[in-house]
Design a protein around this ligand. Structure first.
Ligand code: G3P
Ligand code: MG
Length: 248
């Protein structure tokens, strides 16, 4: 049985620390989070790192596309100063570093495969193989999710026994067939596009529904009332009151 806390720290705790950094993962744990989500893509030379955007400008002091820089160049960048001077010097972490920190902090993990264009299968293959070697066999395996169809196929191939999260933004007409074929453990849906009726329909699949990204207590209360199991949030601490209301 998949253990899913009500709150999943989004990119760590993205409102309180620079997203997808080790500082952000630590912040999520400090705020009482039991599970964190982060985004993984490959550098030009194939190193899996934590990064949301295709380009470097928003979350680092670098320029250009992630896929054009090798790891050594990306590692030199500052991934914290854009967020606050206190985080200056923060680096773009590797997937290995993020997983090792989560193991040390006893955090459950959702690895989102967020490939650079055309690198879906490759990103999933490298990330899952690495995670498989690092993750202790006696802990709940990471939930591995993606919007990318080729990435999901590869996840299923490399870690067939691990939970897979089928990420949905705009619902595709064949969502049910896809989710069943992939043996998805969860449906991870965009809270802003859903309502009580659509969540009820998703729930007929019999798998937990996770909703991203929910950052206010009323919004969390609403989606929990629809039967959503867990929410991804940038502010675990800010949603604590919603948790008390919807304790299981
Ligand atoms: O995995 C949930 C959520 O992170 C998906 O959207 O764009 O924030 O990665 P995004
Ligand atoms: Mg994500």
């Amino acid at each position: 049985m998949l253990q899913l806390p009500r709150l999943i720290g989004h990119r760590g705790a993205a409102r309180h620390a620079p997203e997808n950094t080790l500082a952000s993962l630590r912040m999520a744990a400090v705020q009482g989070c039991l599970m964190v989500e982060f985004d993984v893509k490959l550098t030009a030379d194939g190193v899996p790192v934590l990064m949301h955007d295709e380009r470097l400008e928003r979350t680092t002091d670098g320029t250009g596309r992630v896929q054009d820089l090798d790891f050594e160049s990306i590692r030199r960048l500052d991934a914290g100063r854009w967020f606050s001077p206190a985080h200056a010097g923060e680096r773009v972490p590797t997937l290995a570093e993020a997983l090792q920190l989560c193991i040390a902090l006893d955090l459950l993990v959702n690895i989102e495969i967020k490939p650079c264009p055309g690198r879906g299968a490759e990103t999933a293959g490298i990330a899952c193989s690495l995670a498989r070697t690092l993750w202790p066999a006696d802990r709940q395996a990471p939930l591995v999710s993606s919007f990318d169809a080729e990435a999901l196929e590869m996840v299923r191939h490399v870690v067939p026994d691990w939970p897979l999260g089928f990420l949905i933004d705009r619902r595709p007409p064949d969502w049910r067939e896809q989710a069943e074929r992939l043996n998805a453990a969860t449906l991870n849906v965009n809270a802003r596009r859903e309502d009580a009726a659509s969540i009820a329909e998703y729930r007929t699949l019999g798998r937990p529904i996770l909703a991203y990204t929910v950052n206010s207590v009323p919004a969390a209360a609403e989606v929990f009332s629809w039967g959503v199991s867990s929410v991804f949030t940038d502010t675990p601490q800010g949603l604590a009151p919603a948790l008390r209301q919807f304790a299981r």
